[in-house]
Design a protein around this ligand. Structure first.
Ligand code: BGC
Length: 412
């Protein structure tokens, strides 16, 4: 395989290189209080991060990373209304301190898809009362842990939560085509973000953003009105539209980049007037097209439109054999580096994920980790990509020779 690169790329000096996780997916032990605990696929022991966080943070440090994204499980710290679990809060303090001790910036997400059962029972995000309850929880976290947190992420991928929870029903609360509830959930999530942002900023000088799943949508034919209209509809319906609603309450845009769609208008209501014309040259284990170059036009467009720094808070690929991941990382970082050359302000890149973990409705079958998990021993085994990522971080640039040596090492 021949690989090409861009030798001009050099990431900024204080760039955040890191990995990302979420509480429910890795901690283990959350099923009793979290809404996912009653769902057919649930995380059980996860990766036992709750007890082995030092072990995993050592791995993160060995990669040379200087940022680590994790989330706080609301259900764990407030298992029942107004009952706070002090021990859990103290454990999160230890996790934050363990990051700092390793020179790793903790990037803390307040809500990564899950809800406490008691909140879910009262209607979850479609109930406006959840917003007030969320703000009480955010205030508690800030009061107890805030002094040691400089980067906050309020919500993770609200539009994904809404569509899986209220439209397709594949995630809790499992509602199908509950359009009115989906609309209510969206406006409550917008409100939750805005209020959390205001609250945190009132009390400390921190950076606050949201992590949004923003696909790169492009029209199949650049000058075709119908294709452009379908593209616009897709963009506005997802997290891109959500971003528009919260743009005045954001210090950075958290970009989770996984998807690309090339959209063609067709005169056929049975096909909802569009067709996806992705080339699908490379497909992950989950059947998602791998399209690293899409991050470049997407970041440039986000930077132009919203004029905010961009923090890539997730990017990765389900690839058990690790046969596509090294090139995916290299090519994504090449495209991302090019956006910096073209003037975009990009402050970090967090790879999803440090290790394999619980992949929601897919259970433990999808493998996004730089490290593979042996769940019986609860140990993480390095994939080839760990070497590549470490070399890129060390070099502060994704050079072609780094990828070439990773690929030739894996073919031996
Ligand atoms: C989510 C993660 C998830 C990953 C891979 C993102 O949408 O934030 O929780 O595991 O994608 O599907």
């Amino acid at each position: 395989m021949t690989v090409s690169g861009n030798s001009m790329i050099r990431f900024p000096d204080h760039f955040f290189w890191g990995t990302a996780t979420s509480a429910y997916q890795v901690e283990g032990g959350n099923d009793e209080w979290s809404d996912w605990g009653d769902w057919p696929a649930h995380a059980g022991k996860g990766c036992n991060f709750w007890n082995k966080y030092e072990y995993y943070l050592d791995l993160a440090a060995q990669l040379g990373t200087n940022a680590f994204r994790f989330s706080i499980e609301w259900a764990r710290v407030e298992p029942e209304r107004d009952r706070w679990n002090r021990e859990a809060l103290e454990r999160y303090r230890l996790i934050i301190r363990a990051c700092h001790a390793r020179g790793i910036e903790p990037v803390v997400t307040l809500s990564h898809f899950t809800l406490p059962k008691w909140v879910a029972k009262t209607g979850g995000w479609s109930n406006p009362e959840t917003v007030s309850r969320f703000i009480i929880y955010v205030a508690k976290i800030q009061k107890t842990l805030g002094a040691e947190i400089r980067y906050w992420i309020t919500l993770n991928e609200p539009s994904v939560l809404i569509s899986h929870g209220y439209l397709t029903g594949v995630w809790p609360p499992g509602k199908k085509l509950a359009v009115l509830e989906a609309i209510a959930a969206r406006s409550n999530l917008v409100e939750a973000h805005r209020r959390a942002y205001r609250l945190i900023k009132l009390n400390q000088k921190a950076k606050v953003g949201a992590a949004l799943n923003i696909a790169y949508h492009e029209p199949h034919r650049k000058d075709h009105l119908g294709d452009r209209l379908v593209t616009w509809v897709f963009q506005s319906a997802g997290d891109y539209g959500f971003l528009g609603a919260i743009r005045n309450s954001l210090d950075f845009i958290g970009l989770n980049y996984y998807f690309h769609n090339r959209l063609k208008f067709i005169w056929n209501p049975l096909h909802r007037f569009f067709q996806d014309t992705n080339e699908n040259k490379l497909i992950s284990d989950l059947g998602w097209e791998i399209h690293p170059e899409g991050i470049k036009p997407l970041v440039l467009e986000l930077a132009r439109r919203f004029k905010k720094p961009i923090f890539v808070t997730e990017n990765g690929v389900a690839d058990t054999r690790d046969s596509m991941r090294p090139k995916e990382i290299h090519d994504t970082l090449t495209s991302l580096g090019e956006t910096i050359i073209e003037g975009a302000s990009v402050i970090g890149y967090l790879h999803w994920s440090l290790m394999d973990n619980f992949e929601w409705a897919c259970g433990f079958d999808a493998h996004f980790g730089l490290y593979a998990m042996d769940y019986t021993q609860m140990v993480a085994i390095p994939r080839q990509s760990t070497e590549l990522y470490r070399a890129i971080i060390k070099n502060n640039s994704p050079s072609a020779s780094i990828l070439q040596s990773a690929l030739s090492a894996s073919s031996h």
